[in-house]
Design a protein around this ligand. Structure first.
Ligand code: KG4
Ligand code: ZN
Length: 340
């Protein structure tokens, strides 16, 4: 039997410890351990995240290997998230991956987390979803990043637009916090917005030139709206909750879609795609499908499991690095901010 290429992917950039096994280009396991410990603090506490990664990493990797039916001695390479992310959290995954690669004498692959979110479109797991054709425009929206990226090939990506302040996920999470919703607020806002009227509390659309975006104005306008409402009526949030969520979601999604439309027209692409945690948002998923219909574009949206942080996308990104011969030295260090 020809030798199989087996890549272990490891993700530890924020508050999920994740491991996945890719066998000959197909994901065989994708394990994620979240960290409940941050809920009480209303956000990710970096020091607690590092400690939780240390506790989770060995069992999560073991479980990923077990589910894939692979022993660590069969691994061809180890891919890990080099950055961007919380430095203490990244260190846990980086040290583990470096040690494993050294002990097994196999290549180490240092993955850019934001590029990996885009490469989530290329995760194959047994179903035959169509893959986006190059070049395509990707809207990458997560808790830390909001970017429009022209993707020419798996390892050739150009950022053509970015947020000038907060990320879209941050706007969801901070808006949710104003409403007293638990962290992370994005999924809660999404759930509650389904029953709300998005036009009830209009929020301003920022005027940013070119293909850049801005979300801090939306956040401030939303906070002021809630404060004003509560001044006159202590039950304002309780009564208006679904409408407030729908209005916030609408304001964020409308800006993302307006910029994606402009970029698609300017760049003349035939295909648009979304990736990153916020691409799990049902309002954004609907709006980008609608954009595809009105502009005559192919649309690609990853399955939910590959939108938020996961190691399947890290393993897939690692496979492209391995193919290109881009092996990391064993003393490679994680980087809190990373742009290639
Ligand atoms: O990609 P991700 O898991 O981690 C980062 O790399 O940041 O993204 C996390 C972000 C959080 O801000 C979270 O609130 C947001 O994605 N998110 C959502 C939804 N699911 C996750 N935002 C809106 N609607 C959702 N359904
Ligand atoms: Zn992410």
């Amino acid at each position: 039997m020809p030798q199989r290429t087996i890549i272990l992917g490891i993700e530890s950039s924020c508050d999920e410890t994740a491991a996945a096994v890719l066998v000959d280009g197909v994901i065989k396991s994708n394990v994620i351990a979240g960290q409940e410990v941050h809920r009480a603090w209303g956000g990710v506490v970096p020091e607690l995240a590092s400690r939780a990664h240390q506790e989770h990493i060995v069992p999560v990797v073991d479980e990923a290997l077990r589910r894939a039916g692979v022993s660590r001695h069969e691994l061809s390479a180890v891919a890990f998230t080099q950055g961007p992310g919380l430095i203490g959290a990244l260190l846990v995954g980086a040290c583990f991956a470096r040690s494993l690669a050294q002990a097994l004498g196999i290549p180490l692959l240092a993955v850019d987390h934001i590029q990996a979110h885009v490469l989530a479109h290329f995760v194959r797991d047994g179903d035959d979803r169509p893959l986006p054709a190059f070049p395509f425009l990707n809207l990458t929206v997560s808790g830390g990043h909001t970017q429009l990226v022209l993707v020419r090939s798996p390892l050739d990506m150009e950022v053509v637009g970015t947020t000038t302040d907060d990320a879209a996920g941050e706007a969801f999470d901070k808006g949710a916090k104003v409403l007293g919703l638990p962290y992370p607020g994005g999924p809660e806002v999404d759930r509650l917005a389904a029953q709300g009227d998005p036009t009830r509390h209009p929020l301003p659309m920022p005027q940013v030139p070119g293909l850049d975006m801005s979300f801090s104005g939306v956040k401030t306008a939303f906070r002021n709206l809630v404060r004003r409402g509560l001044d006159g009526d202590p039950a304002f949030v309780e009564r208006e909750l679904p409408h407030l969520c729908a209005s916030l979601q609408h304001a964020i999604v409308a800006q993302l879609i307006a910029r994606t439309r402009r970029a698609a027209r300017e760049l003349g692409v035939q295909t648009v795609a979304i990736a990153g945690g916020v691409s799990a948002n049902s309002g954004l998923r609907r709006a980008v499908q609608e954009l595809g219909r009105t502009e005559g574009l192919q649309v690609h949206i990853p399955p939910f499991a590959y939108c938020t942080d996961n190691a399947a996308m890290i393993a897939v990104a690692g496979a492209y690095l391995l193919e290109a011969g881009r092996i990391a030295p064993l003393d490679v260090v994680p980087l809190a901010s990373l742009s290639r």
